[in-house]
Design a protein around this ligand. Structure first.
Ligand SMILES: O=C(O)CCC(=O)C(=O)O
Ligand SMILES: [Fe+2]
Length: 353
C-alpha cells in the first residue's frame, strides 16, 4: 500500500534539480523574505512547499489504491472518456509521434463534484471514491484550494494587480476543471522503459503534487538536460500552470516537466502520485492582465504580438490540450502539436530517460 510501503531511498549519485523550498506558514504570516522566495520560484522553476498542513495525503493515496484495485470492468464504468473527470485507463494517451501508448492509470475527482457531494455536478464515481468523499476528498480539496488561493493572492500583489484580480477567476463555487488526481504507474519493465508522462506544462494555475518515489523531471529554462526532482517527505512540489503564465504576460513561468520510471531500485515499485490541480473557472478569458498592471503591460510589450492572448476561455484551453494527447484523436504529428501549452523552451523529442 502506498502509505505503508517502505521504498528504497532516492539514489544519492544522480543529478537532481533542487527546487526552492518555501515555508507556507511563513508566507501566511507575511514574512517578506519567504514571499520573495515564492516569487523567485514562481518566475523560474516552481517550488517545494513545506508546513502546508494538509493531513489527508495518506488517505488520498489509500483512496487511489482502493480504486485501482477494483476490477477493470468496474473502473471502466467510470471512464473519463476524454472529459477529464473519472477513471483513465492505461493506453489512451500517446507518448510520441509513432503513436506509442501510455501505461499509467489514474482517477480524477472533480472539485465541483467533491464540494457538492452527495449532489452530482459533472458525474458519479466508483464506490471507493464515494466512501471517502466526505471524510477525505472534500477536506483535501478545501485545504488544497485554500493554500493555492492564498499563494495566488500573494502572486497577484507581486504582479502589481489590484487586490483580488486573480481571485476573480478562481471562485471555488464556480465550475472549473479543478481536480484531485491519483496516478499509478507500473514498475519499470525494461531498462530503457519509455516515459510515463511526456514533457508538458500544467494547464491551469497551480498544481500541488505529493510524490513518494522519484521519476518527476524538470527541464530548466533554455536547457536540453532533464533533471530529477528528489521528493522530500512532507513537502509538496508546486508547479505553475499555463493560465498564470498567460495572465501575467509570461512573468510567471509554467515550467516543463515529465515523468519517467523512478531511478534505480525505486523503479521496481508501482509509482503513486497525488495532485491537486487548481485551474481558473471555465468561463475565465485566458488573456494577459496588462491593462490592470504596468508591470504586466511592459512584459507583454516585449513579447511577440498576441502571445498572451490565445483567444480562448479556460475551458476551451483545457479541451484543446486534453484532446490532442489522446490516441483516439491522433492523425499525424501535426495533430499532436495541438497539445502544446505555454512552453518557452524547445522540448527534446526523445522519449527515453
Ligand atoms: O506524477 C508526477 O510526479 C507528476 C504528474 C504530472 O506532472 C501531471 O499529472 O501533470
Ligand atoms: Fe504535470
Amino acid at each position: 500500500m502506498p502509505g505503508l510501503t517502505t521504498y528504497p531511498p532516492f539514489p544519492e549519485d544522480i543529478p537532481t534539480c533542487p527546487l526552492i523550498v518555501v515555508d507556507y506558514q511563513l508566507v501566511r504570516a507575511g514574512n517578506e523574505e519567504e514571499i520573495n522566495k515564492l516569487w523567485k520560484a514562481a518566475t523560474e522553476l516552481g517550488f517545494c512547499l513545506r508546513n502546508h498542513g494538509v493531513e489527508e495525503i495518506d488517505d488520498m493515496f489509500e483512496m487511489g489504491h482502493e480504486t485501482m484495485a477494483l476490477p477493470l470492468e468496474e473502473k471502466l464504468k467510470f471512464d473519463e472518456k476524454g472529459a477529464s473527470f473519472g477513471y483513465k485507463v492505461p493506453g489512451v494517451m500517446i507518448l510520441d509521434d509513432n503513436g506509442t501508448r501510455d501505461v499509467t492509470e489514474y482517477i480524477n475527482v472533480s472539485k465541483d463534484d467533491a464540494l457538492a457531494w452527495p449532489a452530482v455536478v459533472h458525474r458519479t464515481y466508483p464506490s471507493t471514491v464515494n466512501e471517502r468523499m466526505e471524510s477525505t476528498i472534500k477536506p483535501f480539496v478545501k485545504k488544497s484550494l485554500e493554500i493555492n488561493h492564498f499563494l495566488i493572492d500573494v502572486l497577484n500583489d507581486k504582479l502589481g494587480l489590484s487586490k483580488g484580480s486573480l481571485a476573480e477567476f478562481h471562485k471555488a463555487q464556480e465550475r472549473s476543471f479543478c481536480i484531485s488526481r491519483v496516478i499509478r504507474a507500473p514498475p519499470r519493465l525494461v531498462p530503457d522503459e519509455k516515459v510515463f508522462l511526456t514533457a508538458h506544462t500544467d494547464y491551469g494555475s497551480l498544481s500541488f503534487l505529493h510524490n513518494r518515489l522519484g521519476g518527476l523531471q524538470v527541464l530548466p529554462p533554455g536547457s536540453d538536460k532533464w533533471l530529477y526532482v528528489k521528493p522530500i517527505p512532507g513537502h509538496a512540489i508546486c508547479n505553475v500552470g499555463d493560465a498564470l503564465n498567460i495572465f501575467s504576460g509570461g512573468i510567471i513561468r509554467s515550467n516543463i516537466h515529465r515523468v519517467v520510471p523512478p531511478p534505480k531500485d525505486q523503479g521496481q515499485y508501482d509509482r503513486w502520485s497525488l495532485i491537486y490541480f487548481t485551474r481558473p473557472n471555465d468561463t475565465a478569458p485566458l488573456k494577459h492582465l496588462g491593462e490592470k498592471s504596468p508591470m504586466i503591460a511592459e512584459a507583454v510589450a516585449r513579447a511577440p504580438a498576441g502571445k498572451y492572448e490565445p483567444g480562448m476561455t479556460m475551458a476551451e484551453w483545457m479541451v484543446r490540450r486534453i484532446r490532442a494527447k489522446r490516441g483516439a484523436n491522433y492523425n499525424d504529428p501535426e495533430s499532436r502539436k495541438l497539445r502544446r501549452g505555454t512552453a518557452d523552451t524547445a522540448i527534446p523529442e526523445v522519449v527515453y530517460a
